[in-house]
Structure formats: C-alpha cells, structure tokens
Design a protein around this ligand. Structure first.
Ligand code: KG4
Ligand code: ZN
Length: 332
C-alpha cells in the first residue's frame, strides 16, 4: 500500500510517502513569514500553504521515486489546527484522491504526533504513556494500541509550547521562541531564578499562572536594572525551562505510577527541547523506564507522522468519504 500524506494544520506545509509502513520521504516547507509578526498569522499561513503544497508534494513523490499513478490512498490532517490551513491540505487531498479515483484517509494531528514513534526503531511496547507537548497541546496520553488512545491528563489553559513562546516574546526573542530558549538555557544556571508554580488536580496541567508570574518578575527586575534581560538572558532561559520541565515531568511520574507503566514516550514540537530530552532520559534511568524520544525531524510538525498514522488506519480499513471537512477542534 502506497500512501501520500499531507500535513497543513499550522505553519508547516509537509508531504510524505509511506509504502507498506516504511517511510520513503518526508518533505517540510516551513513559513518564515510569521517571525515578523511574533506568532502565526492564520491568513498568511493559509496563503503560504497554497504556494507550498504543489512543490512539496512533487518533491515527496520524487524523493520516494514514485509518481502519482503509484498511489493507493491520500491521507491528510483533518484537525485540530487552524481552519484556513487545514482547508488547503484537505481540499488538495480530496481533489487528488478524486482525480486518481483512490480512497482518502483523515488523520488526527495529535494521534499522529504519538504515532511518529513507529517510524523508526526502537518502537514503544503497548500499552505506553506519551507526553504530547506542542504549541497547542499538553497531554498525557495512555496508548493501548495504534488507534486506541485516551487522554488521562491535560492542560486546563495554555499549552507548554505557548509558555515557551510567550516567555520568549517577553524577552524580545523572535517566534517561535521555544528553540531559542533551549539554546540560551544550555549555557545558563537553571537554579538562579525561581518562578512560582501551582499544582493542578490529578494529572492535569496549568501554564497560564507561570506566564503571568514571569511578566511581573521581568517588570520588577527591569525597573531596578533596565539591562536586566540582556545581562541575564542565559540564566533567565535556563531557570524558566527548568521550571517548565519540572512541571511536565512531575505529572508524568505520577501517571506512570498510577497506571503502572514503564514504557514512556514524548512527542510534539516541545519534545525537541534538549533539556526535556535529557531530564526524561535521566528520570528513566532512575525509575527503570524504557524511554522513547523521537528524532528531531519527527518532533515538530511533519507529514511523516501523518503517513504513519494513515498506514495504521489503512490496515484497519478506516477510510473516509469525499464529504469530509476539516475540524479545527477535532476530538480524539
Ligand atoms: O508540534 P509543533 O511543531 O506544532 C504544533 O502542533 O503546535 O510544536 C510547535 C511548538 C512551538 O511552541 C515551539 O516553540 C515548540 O514547539 N518547540 C520547542 C522547541 N522546538 C520547538 N520548545 C522548546 N524547545 C525546543 N527546542
Ligand atoms: Zn503538532
């Protein structure tokens, strides 16, 4: 089975080809235009997808050394995501499937982040827990099988990626700020500054309080010293990253204990964070976990993970009709 997968949920236009469960190409075109605005501008994102989608698909087919006539199905991200962005990928996928007279497979973006773990070895053993952390989501997912997942904890307000990006914005760093905080944090002292945190009930998270606390902290310090940020950027980033990672892993530890699971994975854009990767690895050694961390290229948005999810759906005969439409708030 040869499937072309398309991802266009936010600001990355991506296409991938998977053949019998093995990924043969994964092309990503990112959109630099949003940097200027300090965040993703939905209207600009959908216009950029319109420009990128044809060349990205052509390159994915060429890299996999196939042509359109070799395809057996077209997969696409149905949601969650930005409506205008999702519409580009969905419409393109529907038109191509219609033209080639082949079936369509709709994919849930967050399920695909989890299933990115099945692109390469080592693959997690079922059941496992996956901490899914991106710009829009922060969830602990209990994964029973490729298509049977349950959210057992999630953020009640902001996502952790948002906390990274908003922190960066307050520090006048360009969007997306997560990777820059990561970069500065590597050379800073994580214990220099302390930020207050609120423990949520059960396995849930909250990141809106820390954002506000950080704003007040900066206002107070810059009133005393206008060059505070420039002089302390590395320690500020290291301390903030350390706090966010501590919050994430505290609940993950609780979930692993409660569900008696030792196979633990991370997924989503924030799983590219080097501090989180290192701390999870260390915690895994301490607690005897089998830890699964995806390759960088499969952490942030990519169609390879959509292709992997589509492969599992195709195996079960889960196709969708031409009447399908995007779902910005798609439930699991
Ligand atoms: O999964 P993703 O590419 O898109 C969404 O589905 O949201 O995640 C994007 C998020 C952004 O908030 C970005 O700042 C964050 O992932 N991110 C990072 C790092 N790389 C990407 N956050 C912290 N450290 C990183 N190295
Ligand atoms: Zn994502």
């Amino acid at each position: 089975m040869t499937i072309l997968a398309i991802e266009s949920s936010c600001d990355d236009s991506s296409a991938a080809v998977i053949i019998d469960g093995k990924l043969h190409s994964n092309i990503v075109a990112s959109q630099a235009i949003h940097q200027k605005w300090g965040g993703v501008v939905p209207e600009l994102a959908s216009r950029a997808h319109q420009q990128h989608i044809v060349p990205v698909v052509a390159e994915a087919l060429a890299t996999a050394k196939i042509t359109k006539s070799d395809l057996n199905a077209i997969a696409f991200t149905r949601g969650p995501g930005l409506l205008g962005s999702l519409l580009v990928g969905t419409s393109f996928a529907k038109a191509l499937a219609l033209g080639l007279n082949i079936p369509l497979i709709d994919v849930h973006h967050m399920q695909a982040h989890v299933l990115a773990h099945f692109i390469d070895e080592p693959k997690p053993q079922f059941p496992f827990l996956c901490l899914t952390v991106s710009g829009g989501h922060t969830q602990i997912v209990f994964v029973r099988s490729p298509l049977d997942m349950e959210i057992i904890g999630e953020t009640q307000d902001d996502a952790v990626g948002e906390a990274f990006d908003k922190t960066a914005k307050l520090l006048n760093l360009p969007y997306p700020g997560g990777p820059l905080i990561d970069k500065y944090a590597k050379e800073g002292n994580p214990l220099r500054f302390e930020f207050p945190t609120v423990e949520m009930q059960g396995l849930n998270y909250s990141f809106s309080g820390i954002k506000t606390a950080f704003l007040y902290f900066l206002q107070k310090e810059t009133a005393k010293n206008p060059n505070f940020v420039e002089e302390n950027i590395k320690d500020i980033c290291a301390s903030m990253q350390h706090t966010l990672i501590k919050i994430l892993l505290q609940k993950l530890k609780k979930a692993a204990k409660q569900y008696k699971i030792k196979d633990i994975a991370i997924a989503g854009g924030v799983s590219a964070n080097s501090g989180l990767r290192a701390e999870l690895q260390r915690l895994g050694e301490e607690l005897g976990w089998n830890v699964y961390i995806p390759q960088f290229q499969y952490c942030t948005d990519n169609a390879g993970m959509i292709a992997m999810a589509a492969h599992f759906k195709a195996e079960k005969g889960e196709f969708c009709g031409q009447d399908v439409s995007p779902m910005p708030r798609m439930a699991w």
